[in-house]
Design a binder for this molecule. Structure first.
Ligand code: GCU
Length: 635
């Protein structure tokens, strides 16, 4: 059991394991059942794997579509035809040339190539709207002189992944936005190896998210695939943080034959921290010391990161970690004990450019987050609606942006389906376990705009409890819906969501003046009936605008700018408002948005166009945040 996963408690682990096996909607084929399902409870975590050595498998991969999933099941649902098994470790052309009885209806060696990580939507024109199963394959060399252990680690695969190595089953994973890993030490051969990955983008009523959303479903291996090398016994999880009572605390979990009763050392050289310890019988160690007086706390104004190391025998785990506290006191959000207003914006995982493929690089992460930090004078970003690339959260650490991180429990989830709950719980655990060392992350969100029912309340309360078990240093929230009523002139908005009492920060999405017939001039006088015992943030508000279109009507830059002025004036009147993340920094692809004059498949609520052109409203918000920043500095 993992150090902090222990914090999840046996109940959660059992629930996860009991239900995830039945996560698939249709009865799984023999191929699928032969692949063990990777979850946060049962697979290597490899925290900070991006800081470990290994082989990066980015680059050209062959791909082959399989819309009827013939590689997973035959036409009666049992084992697939031999001629459809793309993961066979064979040279198809050679086999067929040498035996006229052989027949294969694939040949990945001769199939088209695409460069990973990326979504297949941009691999070729005919792939732009493909949703379903695609098989990827490549070869890679492994030196004969190997030592220690080797893991295939996937940054993400959207949505389900089926992994084979040299024709043998390795494992499978469900969830499009969190990492997973499989040990392959015993499957690798000296020299040439063949990896085959089936990725199925198809959402179903049981998946998280469900089929109906408001963003493009980028199927594919959208984040790095790496062969990660570790010693026989290694640091699989290490969570090092500043606690609210002023301690630097560490929880370490070792994986391997010598994990138990092993000497470990936590080192933070710049602070003179060097703490020895010994793991228990399960390979876990907890250590804590009073924070040194010299500690510089991380903040957006001073995003100080420290080199942190955990030594365990041959393994020298490392990470770059910022130390800060985030808490709620009354209606204030406190960063390092001081009230802060979250000057933010929302963001989908989509790079700036005319044809994004959801392949975030360090440069594209900096381009997006730099627009928030420097362009908008922001200190906060809502990474919507799913866990973003770890490159984004590392870049937020470095630039100094607080982060709202969320799982895609979005709109119409199958609240009564135990498999769906298990998928959501696992996704939340994978997200938190991946990013707990990221100082930038301040808020874990468990849902977005979900309709209030008893089943939904129970489902979300379970997620809130899991988040609190996994991480007692951050705030919990969810983007809630409000009831829109009509007052004498201005709207009357009421938050009547029972989940409000379970979260630390109230978050509301509001679109008065865009999706409603409210006059913009009425917005500042809007009356809000919300609980006043905890901080409130606007998790969304926004209006569409086609960059360059200027007319006194919706979808123009002028209307979007007027909408922002009116909504910000309304926001200024809310006494418990402590932040906002308007919807959204950049226009993003959405199949829902098909007005041919303005949208053409893009949601245009961005303050910048998909190619980065700033709209008038960008400057309205930028000026507003600059004034807020100056006012806070003057206090
Ligand atoms: C909703 C939803 C977003 C969506 C936005 C919109 O609030 O949370 O995912 O894109 O509104 O309508 O543009």
């Amino acid at each position: 059991m993992r150090a902090m996963a222990r914090g999840l408690g046996g109940i959660v682990a059992a629930a996860l394991m009991a239900s995830v096996v039945s996560a698939a909607v249709e009865p799984p084929s023999t191929v699928v059942t032969a692949l063990p399902l990777a979850t946060a409870q049962n697979s290597p975590l490899l925290v900070s794997a991006d800081m470990r050595g290994g082989i990066d498998l980015s680059g050209p991969w062959h791909y082959s579509i399989d819309p009827f999933r013939a590689g997973l099941a035959g036409f009666h649902g049992e084992t697939p035809d031999l001629g459809q098994r793309r993961y066979l470790d064979i040279d198809v052309a050679k086999e067929m040339a040498s035996d006229n009885r052989a027949m294969y209806e694939f040949n990945l060696d001769h199939a088209p190539l695409t460069v990973l990580p990326s979504s297949w939507l941009t691999a070729a024109p005919e792939m732009r709207h493909y949703q379903g199963l695609v098989w990827y394959q490549r070869h890679f060399d492994v030196p004969a002189s190997r030592h220690g252990r080797l893991f295939l680690r996937f940054g993400a695969a959207n949505y389900s992944a089926y992994v084979f190595l040299n024709g043998k089953p390795v494992g499978r994973h469900e969830g499009g936005f969190t990492p997973f890993a499989f040990e392959v030490t015993g499957l690798l051969r000296d020299g040439d190896n063949q990896i085959t990955v089936g990725v199925d983008s198809q959402a179903t009523p049981a998946t998280v998210p469900p089929p109906v959303t408001d963003w493009e479903n980028y199927g594919g291996l959208t984040r790095q695939v790496r062969l990660v090398e570790t010693p026989d016994t290694f640091v699989d999880d290490a969570w090092v943080r500043l606690t609210r009572d002023g301690q630097i605390a560490a929880d370490v979990h070792l994986n391997g034959p010598a994990a138990a009763k092993k000497t470990v050392r936590l080192r933070i050289g710049e602070l003179g921290v060097d703490i020895p310890g010994t793991t228990d019988a399960q390979g876990n160690w907890h250590g804590a010391i009073a924070a040194p007086a010299a500690l510089v706390r991380w903040s957006p104004d001073r995003p100080k990161l420290y080199d942190v190391a955990v030594d365990a025998g041959e393994d020298h785990w490392k990470d770059r970690i910022g130390f800060r506290t985030i808490e709620v006191r009354g209606t204030d959000i406190l960063l390092n004990g001081k009230p802060i207003f979250l000057r933010g914006i929302s963001l989908h995982e989509e790079e700036i450019g005319a044809a994004p493929t959801r392949a975030i690089t360090p440069a594209s992460a900096r381009a997006l987050l730099g627009e928030i930090k420097d362009g908008l004078h922001g200190n906060y970003v809502r990474l919507a609606h799913y866990p973003h690339s770890e490159l984004m959260t590392r870049t937020a650490d470095e630039l100094g942006l607080l982060v709202w991180s969320e799982v895609p429990v979005y709109w119409m989830i199958a609240w009564d389906n135990p498999a769906t709950l298990a998928t959501a719980r696992n996704m939340l655990a994978e997200n938190i376990l991946r990013d707990r060392n990221r100082a930038s992350i301040a808020i874990w969100s468990v849902a977005n705009e979900t309709p209030v029912t008893d089943a939904r309340n129970s489902f979300l309360r379970t997620l809130v409890a899991d988040a609190r078990r996994l991480d007692d240093t951050r705030l919990i929230s969810a983007a809630l819906l409000v009831d829109h009523g009509k007052g004498p002139g201005a709207p009357v908005m009421t938050l009547a969501d029972p989940l409000a009492e379970a979260v630390d920060v109230l978050a509301l999405n509001t679109y008065n003046g865009w999706y409603t017939a409210d006059r913009l001039s009425d917005l500042p006088a809007t009356r809000w009936n919300v609980p006043t015992d905890k901080p409130l943030v606007f998790s969304e508000f926004g209006a569409d605008a086609l960059a360059g279109f200027h007319k006194p009507q919706k979808f123009s830059e002028d209307y979007q700018a007027d909408y922002y002025r009116a909504t910000l004036a309304m926001a200024d009147k809310l006494p418990t408002l402590r932040g906002m993340s308007p919807w959204i920094l950049k226009d993003f692809r959405s199949p829902r948005r098909q007005n041919p004059d303005f949208q053409m498949g893009w949601n245009r609520k961005g303050l910048i166009s998909e190619t980065g052109v700033r709209k008038m409203a960008f400057y309205v918000l930028s000026d507003y945040y600059q004034a807020k920043d100056k006012a806070a500095a003057a206090r």
